[in-house]
Design a protein around this ligand. Structure first.
Ligand SMILES: Cc1cc2nc3c(=O)[nH]c(=O)nc-3n(C[C@H](O)[C@H](O)[C@H](O)COP(=O)(O)OP(=O)(O)OC[C@H]3O[C@@H](n4cnc5c(N)ncnc54)[C@H](O)[C@@H]3O)c2cc1C
Length: 434
């Protein structure tokens, strides 16, 4: 029997609901204002403070309440674009650096921060299995992996269909790729731990203080908030999928795509070990892909997917995610869902994040669904770039963050995209054996 009692993220039940630090009077002037206190914002705030600069990081709600504390908790990088496509767009050298930062440097950075700041976030290097949806993908994924490994030292291997059940107890995939260095954690604990680290470094972080405008005034920027105005030499916009209408230039470059998650009742450690014999995180190659894992205590299934590409009603979401769980694990037919929640990813039109400036206002955004390593990494890089530190050099200043003339702010087109992707799914399902 299907039941779903909660709509708060499972992670919050374990880690506590994100809360705002005590309210302080806002400073009149700082070196840097960071708008948004998710992983990007608090990482930028921490690095800015460590450089000895004054920084105020503001969030419209509780810091971390955006995607950062509600996501799937999977750690490890990669790009949606093929290596050929990256080379075609940016040339060989930048393409290799984009790959290296996403696969290697960003992960190393986040592991380092977790260790240095002693952040207890249940991080375990579980490895991740990427299941392939179509027969033909096994060969092309193998070729892509060889090419990637000829460019950078990524630890990964192909797993044929015959060995797939060693990774995950399902027959739906046509084999896949394993990335042993990827991992899993509780994202609410990571977001809270990074926030504490930023405050310890000297950053002022304030919640419940939406920024309502950013405008040039003389040689500095004037940041208007619900609690008054602050002058800043530089401003970093770190709002990703939650970018507000007041930051229209940025909003027009981000497609806020809702992703949905559920957690099951406790199924027991033994049952979860049967589903994930090696404790892997799992993602898929299909367009509207699912991503799922055992909870850090090894007792529940935490399952995410694009049940819809818009803010769909709860009943529809639960029905669709339940259908997907049963498609992958028919053995979980009667499972009870105890938690159901959602969050907004921030897709860029070229599926790549970007660090840069629009009219002199900095931004780091566009993680396109994969930000647990990239968001802290690019927040850090943005802080260094703003300070004029040569260590801020990153290939993600070479990406574009383009807009489209038909995206003026509100994402009116998402229900249409939803229909388009459903057709693509149906088409790919028909071609599974090709
Ligand atoms: C359901 C889901 C599952 C995901 N799973 C994974 C995963 O398993 N692995 C992975 O790597 N990535 C995953 N992601 C992506 C990842 O969570 C994001 O890329 C990352 O958290 C982005 O961090 P951020 O700090 O840039 O943005 P966010 O964490 O979204 O923070 C943006 C902040 O801006 C604030 N804000 C908005 N407007 C204003 C304003 N006017 N003034 C001040 N503040 C404002 C918001 O309140 C919010 O706190 C997932 C995302 C979602 C939604």
């Amino acid at each position: 029997m299907m039941r779903c009692e909660a709509t708060t993220p499972y992670w919050w039940d374990v880690a506590g609901t994100p809360t705002s630090p005590p309210m302080l009077d806002l400073p009149v002037e700082v070196d840097v204002v960071v708008v948004g206190a998710g992983l990007t914002g608090v990482s930028a705030a921490r690095s800015t403070a460590r450089l000895g600069r004054s920084v105020l990081c503001l969030d419209a709600g509780a810091p971390g309440q955006g995607a950062s504390s509600v996501n799937g908790g999977m750690v490890g990088g990669g790009h949606r674009l093929s290596i050929d496509e990256l080379e075609r767009r940016y040339g060989h050298d930048v393409a290799v650096r984009l790959l290296s930062e996403a696969h290697l440097e960003s992960g190393a950075f986040v592991r380092g921060v977790i260790e240095d700041e002693a952040i207890e976030c249940d991080f375990v290097e579980t490895g991740r299995f990427r299941g392939l949806w179509r027969d033909a993908e096994y060969e092309s994924a193998g070729r892509a992996l060889s090419r990637l490994q000829s460019l950078i030292p990524v630890d990964a291997e192909m797993v044929p269909r015959g060995r797939q059940r060693d990774e995950v107890a399902t027959d739906v995939y046509r084999g896949g790729t394993v990335y042993p260095r990827h991992g899993g954690l509780n994202p609410a604990k990571l977001a809270a731990g990074l926030l504490d680290a930023a405050v310890r470094a000297g950053a002022v972080v304030q919640g419940d203080t939406p920024v309502t405008s950013v405008a040039w005034s003389g040689s500095g920027l004037e940041v208007t908030t619900s609690r008054g105005t602050v002058r800043a030499r530089d401003v970093l916009v770190a709002t990703n999928g939650y970018t507000p209408s007041s930051l229209r230039d940025h909003k027009r470059r981000i497609v806020p795509l809702t992703s949905f998650l559920v957690a099951t009742e406790e199924l027991g450690v033994q049952r979860l070990m049967e589903l994930f014999p090696r404790g892997r995180m799992v993602v898929e190659s299909r367009d509207r892909h699912c991503y799922y894992r055992a909870s850090p205590d090894g007792r529940r299934l935490v399952f995410g997917g694009r049940a819809a590409m818009f803010d769909a009603p709860e009943a529809l979401v639960r029905r669709e995610l339940r259908r997907l769980i049963q498609q992958i694990f028919p053995q979980l037919e009667d499972v009870t869902l105890t938690h159901s929640w959602r969050g907004r990813t921030g897709f860029s039109f070229d599926y790549l994040p970007n660090v840069g400036q629009l009219d002199g206002v900095w931004h780091a955004m566009g993680y396109s669904g994969s930000g647990n390593t990239m968001a802290p990494w690019l927040g850090h890089k943005a802080a260094l770039l703003i300070a004029g530190d040569p260590e801020g050099e990153t290939a993600f200043t070479h990406t574009d963050l383009p807009t489209r003339f038909w995206h003026q702010g509100p994402p009116w087109f998402m229900p249409f995209a939803d229909v388009g992707f459903r057709f693509r799914d149906a088409w790919n399902n028909m071609r599974r054996r090709s």
